[in-house]
Design a protein around this ligand. Structure first.
Ligand code: GTP
Ligand code: MG
Length: 263
């Protein structure tokens, strides 16, 4: 039987509210506003996953699906140095793929399944999950199609997490309700429609820090552990468990350093 492993976030406080880190064999979702550290967490965990278990790692390789073009190998090198491991070897252990559209994003899972079959991978990062879907399905009548494709993607992800004992870290964004109007002005009409008419988003998250996640209920139900990230005082960031089967809704403070996520 496969044993669940936990991968550290780089912050002891953050790890403690998760019960030791993000788990393999399930999907975890981190969501939050821009610059709250979602991509930095993705980079940090891409290094830590490769470390031995005593250091919070999982002795594993990493797959990184990037839909926003924000992956930086030089950040991986910096974080590797913090942990005293070889920067180049650490970069090489990350299978990187830039998803070009939602169809390609789905196809990448098939490619990765073949790689994961070797048993060496322990972390799969997707930063971010909705970006391609948002662009590809932006018409008024396309929401149902989008949610169906998204569901297909998430089912496949969940299956892979279990089959290959992999921790899936899925990044999603949220747009503050007070900014929806501004978003409508700044983005094209298609984005506005997409955000405001997302079914389930409002009912599920109304009042939850006054923010609406993009992706709605399909996304929310797919992940076992959901963590809201937000900006705190000064350089501080705050992580808050949203709905986890085994963790209470606690908060932790972390910071972003040159060596990645830290206390
Ligand atoms: P979006 O993708 O825009 O939604 O944001 P995000 O949540 O992915 O934010 P990200 O992880 O990119 O975090 C951005 C923050 O990380 C900024 O406040 C940066 O100052 C900080 N940051 C990025 N790189 C470094 C670095 O090399 N050193 C330090 N100390 N901070 C960094
Ligand atoms: Mg980002």
């Amino acid at each position: 039987r496969k044993r669940v492993v936990r991968i550290s976030t780089g912050s002891k406080q953050f790890d403690s509210i998760l019960g030791g880190g993000f788990q393999s064999m399930s999907i975890s979702e981190v969501f939050g506003e821009f610059r709250c550290g979602k991509t930095q967490l993705s980079h940090t965990m891409s290094v830590i996953a490769q470390l031995p278990t005593e250091l919070g790692g999982a002795n594993g390789k990493v797959a990184y699906i990037d839909t926003e073009g924000t992956f930086r190998p030089e950040r991986i090198a910096q974080i590797a140095e913090r942990y005293g491991v070889d920067p180049e070897a650490t970069q090489e252990n990350i299978a990187y793929a830039r998803a070009l559209n939602s169809e390609h994003q789905l196809e990448l899972l098939n490619t990765l399944s073949r790689e994961f079959a070797g048993g060496a991978f322990r972390l799969l990062v997707i930063d971010s999950i909705m970006n391609c879907f948002r662009v590809d399905y932006c018409g008024r009548g396309e929401l149902a199609d989008r949610q169906q494709k998204l569901n297909q993607f998430l089912m496949k992800l969940a299956h892979m997490a279990e089959e290959f004992n992999v921790c899936v870290l899925m990044v999603s964004i949220i747009i503050p309700v007070h900014a929806l109007h501004a978003v409508g002005l700044a983005y094209n009409a298609c984005q506005t429609n997409q955000v405001q008419s997302d079914p389930g988003a409002s009912s599920l998250f109304a009042g939850a820090d006054g923010r609406k996640p993009v992706g709605g209920h399909v996304l929310a139900h797919a992940s076992t552990t959901r963590v809201l990230l937000r900006k705190g005082r000064g350089e501080e960031r705050v992580a808050k468990i949203q709905d986890s089967p085994d963790c209470p809704e606690r908060e932790a403070i972390y910071i972003i350093t040159n060596g990645g996520i830290n206390d």
